[in-house]
Design a protein around this ligand. Structure first.
Ligand code: ADP
Ligand code: MG
Length: 340
């Protein structure tokens, strides 16, 4: 009836820096629907970052606390379809009336309204009616209101009345917690090393993160495969292959020189100054690690060096990262930047 998915709860929505504002605003709204200044509450962010989950969690929690309230979750796409049908069947007024008597209206993926002026118009009137009557409206969108295209100004200005809260990509710790929570709920044990490997390599989409761990669970329980790091690598690769950006040697040189605040030409120069030599060696090391180029080709692209120099650079970086803490930090920082 309310179209809510009871599995999408606040409890199962792990908190981290990336979602704290949105999650807490959602909880505040669920505690006092229509009674906070977060009306509407607009949750925005990229694909697979938890907008739908959080939208449901608000509804589920409100139904729990206020069973007498009517809560409706609907995607903007379905709302649009219903509206079009109502016009065809000549019962536009019934459609409007139905929505005007709801206490909590949750519209998912509001970016779908873009360019659909009839639907925007009807939604504008429903929104005003609900808002004036102290009813709660929750919207999600893949973009911030300022970046939404082809949405009427008067509707956009309504979107901005309340709070717009962004869901960002979760950091490493949050990704690990999300995976651990998922495994715990499924009653599955997995070595920390594997969990961390997956969390380290799948960064920008929680759905993919969960997808990879689900594949791992399936491989081990149905195919009776032992969950090893190699299996994890194979699976992760399938998930990130499509989204992975090809890293070029030029790009590596740019990132490394930016990081050390020097020009690419400085990084390539003949100087023996220690910090420049180190930057150059790091660029060579990452070129070896992240591209398929040969040592000779890497050398020729990074300041006309020969293959022995590149080999020496890779060894030096390996050694220094295990003996020098500061240097290890350079390697870690740069890895993150290059694989983002
Ligand atoms: P979106 O609507 O933004 O595309 P979803 O809400 O569908 O994303 O989330 C994708 C998946 O990731 C869902 O299975 C959801 O439960 C999960 N998820 C996202 N963020 C979190 C989080 N912070 N904690 C736990 N699970 C999360
Ligand atoms: Mg969604």
């Amino acid at each position: 009836e309310s179209q809510l998915n009871p599995n999408y709860t606040f409890e199962n929505f792990l908190e981290g820096d990336s979602n704290r504002l949105a999650r807490n605003a959602a909880i505040a709204v669920a505690n006092k629907p229509g009674g906070t200044s977060f009306n509407p509450l607009l949750i925005f962010g990229g694909v697979g970052l938890g907008k739908t989950h959080l939208a449901h969690a608000i509804g589920v929690d409100i139904k729990d606390k206020y069973p007498e309230k009517t809560v409706l979750y609907i995607s903007a796409e379905k709302f649009t379809q219903q509206y079009i049908d109502s016009v065809k069947k000549n019962n536009r007024n019934d459609f409007i009336h139905f929505y005007q008597i709801i206490d909590v209206l949750i519209i998912d993926d509001a970016q779908f309204f873009s360019g659909k002026s009839g639907t925007q118009d009807v939604f504008f009137h429903i929104f005003n009616h609900l808002h004036q009557n102290g009813k709660q409206v929750i919207l999600t969108s893949d973009k911030a209101p300022v970046d939404m295209q082809d949405i009427e100004q008067r509707l956009l200005s309504r979107f901005k009345w309340g709070l717009s809260a962004e869901l960002q990509s979760p950091d490493f710790e949050t990704r690990v917690s999300i995976l651990e929570n998922k495994l715990y709920r499924d009653g599955v044990d997995m070595p920390d090393e594997i969990i961390e490997y997956v969390a380290k390599h799948i960064k920008s989409n929680v759905r993919e993160l969960e997808g990879a761990i689900i594949s791992l669970i399936a491989q081990s329980s149905f195919n009776k495969k032992e969950i090893t790091l190699n299996l994890a690598k194979d699976i992760v690769e399938k998930f990130v292959k499509n989204t992975k950006r090809e890293v070029s040697i030029d790009y590596i040189q740019k990132v490394v020189s930016d990081y050390f605040q020097m020009d690419v030409s400085t990084l390539q120069s003949k100087t023996r100054k220690r910090h420049i030599v180190q930057a150059r060696q790091l660029a060579m090391f990452f070129a070896k690690k992240y591209t398929k180029a040969s040592l000779a080709s890497i050398g020729s692209q990074i300041g006309q060096r020969d293959h022995a120099t590149v080999l020496h650079a890779c060894k030096t970086v390996d050694n220094l990262s295990s003996t020098d803490k500061q240097f290890r930090k350079y390697v870690e920082d740069l890895s993150k930047k290059l694989t983002l």
